[in-house]
Design a binder for this molecule. Structure first.
Ligand code: CTP
Ligand code: MG
Length: 490
């Protein structure tokens, strides 16, 4: 088995497992970046542990520089730090280099024996800790997204390659597709119904993996405590979104993940900031958050959550966005906003990067003003006439508060009925419309085959400056339903 070349190769093994030997037999010296060798460069010798911090700082720089140039790079460290592995993997992804993990599964007794024979052995408790970590590392690697994981016994240096057991994953090529349609719109799948039968996690995983494969830019979940009447019955499942997004964050996809929208009445804004920051950290910077003032009184009453009047809810929205941004900004200093204040802003983990805040709702006097002042985006209805009117109000607020309208992206929620053909579109309308007249249901949901929707999205981008369409399928039953929508992503 030939390993991909060039590649990022990350060695994983305890001291004395034979990592450096394995690398030296296969790669040129300048391709191997070794923490031990760098300890020798910046410290008193290869085993000068006092020099570790400096050695690793240089190692990170060398790895990033080489991988960034697309050069074959072998990282020779213990490889047991999952955080470092993930960041190297991200570098490889970015550079379009395949990422290979090589596990030196040398028998523990051999590692101990070789270590003891060294001039400067690793202290026995440290080696024992490494060997313990090695017992579970294969499981960790399996979920991290390596294109190839090689396990080698490393017993004898001759013919070691013959014993290597290679697990190659499908899709070894880095997915660098630009996830925008030719009209420049990104389409995010909005999931509002959860007909998951007996296997909630399996259903959600299937939807996410298929959405990623087809080229959706992300997944947005509704944030409600009880299913809303516009979508389904109150006893149908609607999962807590941040827990659910945590599950999706653990999958190997490039999907952006967030809510559309989180009512700021449900949790204190700081707690939302915490959840979103954690989601961003766990997903490698893919989080976004939609926020709104909340509207559905029943779910508040049923869960013992206060539901104040409209004015106070809008205050919660406005203060909440400020609070979230304060908790996401660097440092821990005290913060004094227009209405709320925090004695400190200690919120770790911080988001990996800026988290887009999308303000949902189209109340012209207050909500759109909050979006103009504090939003990265404003989510509006997709009906062109309504959209034109609301965008005009939004932009008027922007000039009023001194904000460049280009800084507030326009996004829309669209709930299309997508048929394989005209007949199929109409069959779906009949099935979905309930007591609504067929013609008005079809008009509201633009019932048509996919190409008609694609044209509509192009027009939304060109005529209304829409950057993102949140696409909710009224009849999303399983992952198989997504293929039908794929032409919309082209
Ligand atoms: N060795 C061996 N047979 C192998 C591999 C290694 O006999 N198949 C010996 C090497 O000659 C060396 C010792 O085992 O004396 C440790 O190998 P090394 O490659 O240095 O192990 P590393 O995993 O790189 O150890 P460290 O983490 O301490 O750098
Ligand atoms: Mg070594």
């Amino acid at each position: 088995m030939r390993l991909p070349d060039p590649a990022l190769v990350v060695l994983v093994g305890a001291s004395g497992s034979g990592k450096s030997t394995w690398a030296a037999e296969r790669y040129r010296p300048q391709e191997v970046v070794s923490s031990d060798a760098l300890r020798g460069v910046v410290g008193s010798g290869n085993h000068d542990l006092d020099a570790s911090v400096d050695a690793f700082a240089i190692l990170e720089q060398v790895v990033a520089a080489r991988v960034g140039r697309g050069l074959c790079t072998v990282v020779d460290t213990l490889g047991l730090d999952a955080g470092r592995r993930t960041s190297w993997l991200a570098l490889a992804r970015q550079a379009g280099l395949p990422a290979v993990a090589v596990v030196l599964a040398t028998p523990e007794a051999d590692c101990r024996r070789r270590n003891a024979a060294r001039d400067v052995p690793v202290p026995a408790p440290a080696l024992a800790g490494q060997l313990r970590r090695m017992r579970t590392v294969a499981e960790e690697l399996a979920t991290e997204g390596w294109e190839v994981v090689v396990t080698t016994e490393g017993a004898a240096s001759q013919g070691a390659a013959a014993e290597e057991q290679v697990v190659a994953r499908p899709a070894p090529v880095a997915d660098t597709r630009d996830r925008r349609t030719s009209a420049g719109v990104e389409v995010v799948l909005q999931v509002s119904r959860f007909p998951w039968g007996e296997d909630p996690a399996g259903w959600l995983t299937g939807i996410a993996l298929e959405a990623d494969r087809l080229g959706f830019a992300g997944i947005a979940l509704m944030d409600h405590l009880v299913q809303i009447p516009q979508v389904g019955r109150a006893w149908e499942p609607i999962p807590e979104p941040y827990v659910t997004l945590g599950l999706l964050a653990g999958l190997d996809t490039r999907l952006r993940l967030g809510t559309l929208v989180t009512p700021m009445t449900l949790r204190p804004a700081g707690v939302v900031a915490k959840a979103v920051a954690t989601l961003d950290a766990l997903s490698g910077g893919r989080a976004f958050v939609g926020v709104g003032a909340g509207w559905w009184e029943r779910e508040h009453a049923g869960f013992g959550v206060p539901f104040p009047g409209a004015r106070e809810r809008l205050d919660l929205l406005e203060d909440g966005i400020e609070t979230m941004r304060a908790l996401w900004s660097p440092g821990t200093k005290a913060w004094h906003g227009t209405r709320a204040a925090l004695p400190e802003t200690t919120c770790y983990p911080r988001p990996v990067g800026p988290v887009p805040v999308i303000v949902g709702g189209s109340g012209e006097r207050r909500t759109l003003r909050i979006a103009a002042r504090l939003g990265d985006a404003c989510n509006l209805p997709s009906d062109p006439a309504v959209l034109a009117a609301k965008t005009a109000v939004l932009h008027a607020h922007c000039s009023d508060v001194g904000r460049d309208p280009a800084e507030v992206a326009v996004t829309v929620l669209d709930l299309p009925v997508v048929g394989h053909d005209r007949g199929d579109a109409w069959r779906r309308v009949e099935r979905l419309r309930g007591r609504t007249a067929a013609a008005s249901y079809a008009a509201r949901h633009h019932a048509a085959p996919a190409p008609a929707h694609a044209e509509r999205y192009a027009a939304l981008a060109e005529q209304h400056g829409v950057s993102t369409v949140f696409l909710g399928l009224p009849d999303l039953d399983s992952a198989d339903d997504l293929e039908r929508v794929a032409p919309l992503l082209a």
